[in-house]
Design a protein around this ligand. Sequence first.
Ligand code: B12
Ligand code: SF4
Length: 373
Amino acid sequence: MKEGVLLISMPFADASFPSLALSQLKAILREKAGICCDLLYLNMAFRNFTGRSEIYDRVNAYTLFGEWPFGEDLFGADWAESDRGGISFMERIRPLGLENPEPARSDLRVMRSCAGPFLDKWMAAIPWDRYGVIGFTSVYFQQVASLALARRIKKAYPEKIIAFGGANCNEATDKALLKLFPFIDWIFCGQADCSFPKAVLSWCKHPSNIPEKIQGVSYRDHGAVMTQGSGESESLDRLPVPDFEDFKAGLETWAPDIQSPMIPIELSRGCWWGRRSQCIFCGVNHNMLFFRSKSPERALDEIRTVVGRYGIQKIYITDSILKTGYFKTLLPACCLTRRDEVTDRKRIAESNASRPERAVHRKGGAPAADFSR
Ligand code: B12
Ligand code: SF4
C-alpha cells in the first residue's frame, strides 16, 4: 500500500488516558491487515501548546464546554461574534454551575485563542503525503476540534478520505454529520474492528471504491447519505493487544507532568445485566447490550503484557459490567500476581456482587471498585 492511515485523537480528550479505540484499531490495521498506521495524540499536543496544561485539564472537566474553543475555527468569525458563538449561549444550554464563573470563562477564552494557531501548526507539520485515510475518534468533547481539523485537511487535500468513529457518531448522528459536514467521507457506527480494515483495504484496491456492503459504515453516494447499520466484532480473544506506544511517547514529549497516567483494558463488551433489565438511566443502545467477553487466560495475559510493555502501573477496566465467571478465574489469578498490576478498577460496577465476591475483588487489587449499584 502506497499511503497509510493516520489516526488522530483531538482535544478535549483527557490527556491521562490513551484512546483505547484508536490503539486497538492501529494494532488491527497493522497486525491483521498489513496496513501502515500512525496514531497522533493531538489532544496532548494541544494541552502542551497552550502552555496552560492546568487550564486544559479544567476545561476537560466542564462537561460540554470543551466543544466551544474550536467553534470559531470550524464555523467562522461571524458565528464566533454572534450570540450563538458566545460563552453566554453555552451557559444557557449548560450552566457552569460555579459560584464565580468568570475564571472559567477566561479559561475558555484562553483555549479559544490557541485553537487556530494550533491547527495552523499541525497542518504544516504532518507529512500528509504518507497518508490516504485520516481517522478521527470522537467521544465526549472531541467533536468540534475533530471537525475543525478535518475541514482544513479536506480543503488542502480533497483526495484524502476523512473517517470518523466513536460514541459521538452512533445512532442517528452518522446521518446528521454526513449531511452537515461535506468534508467527512466515512462514518463508522458501532464497533469498527472488522469494518474499518475492510473499508481501508477496499479503498487501497481502488480509491474510487465506496464502502458499500460493509456493515456499520455510513457514507455518501452521489450526494445521497447511505447507512449500513451498526458494526459488529469478531471474538474478543482474536483482537490483537492494543498498541499504546504513541501514548507513552506522547506523555514523554508533551505531558511529563501527568503523575498518574492510566491504561484502559477492555475485558468485555455489552452488559448481561442490561439484557435482562436495563437500568433506567442507561445510555447504552439496546443493540449494544449483547454481552461477550475475553477468556480469563487472554484477559490475564493482556493485563501482564500491557503493564510489562509500557511500565504504566495503573490500569483501567472499561467494561460496563464484569463477567461473573471472573470471580472464580481472573480475579483469583490476579491475587497471585503483583497487586500493582491491577490497581485502578473503579469502573467495574457489580450490580449483584455477593460478599465473598467483593472480598475476592478487593484481594485482587481493586480497592476503589464501585459496588454502588
Ligand atoms: C470506560 C468508559 C469511561 C471511563 C474512561 C473514559 C476514558 N477517558 O477513556 C470513565 C469512567 C472515566 C468515563 C467517564 C465519562 N464517560 Co464514559 N464510558 C466508558 C465506556 C464504558 C467504555 C468506553 C471504551 O473505552 N470502550 C472500548 C472502545 C474500544 O470502544 P469505543 O470507544 O466504542 O471504540 C470502538 C468504536 O466506537 C469505533 N471507533 C471509535 N473511534 C473510532 C475512530 C475511527 C477512525 C474509527 C474507524 C472507528 C472508531 O471503533 C472502536 C473499536 O470497535 C463507554 C460505554 C461503552 N460501552 O462504550 C462510556 C461512554 C463512552 N461514556 C460516556 C460518558 C457520557 C461519560 C462522561 C461524560 C460521564 C460524565 N457525565 O461524567 C465521562 C467523561 C470523561 C472524560 N471527560 O474523559 C458516554 C459517551 C457519550 C458520547 N457521545 O461521547 C458513553 C458512550 C456511555 C453512554 N452510552 O452514555 N467513561
Ligand atoms: S449496568 Fe450499566 S450498561 Fe448495564 S444496563 Fe445498567 S447502566 Fe446500562
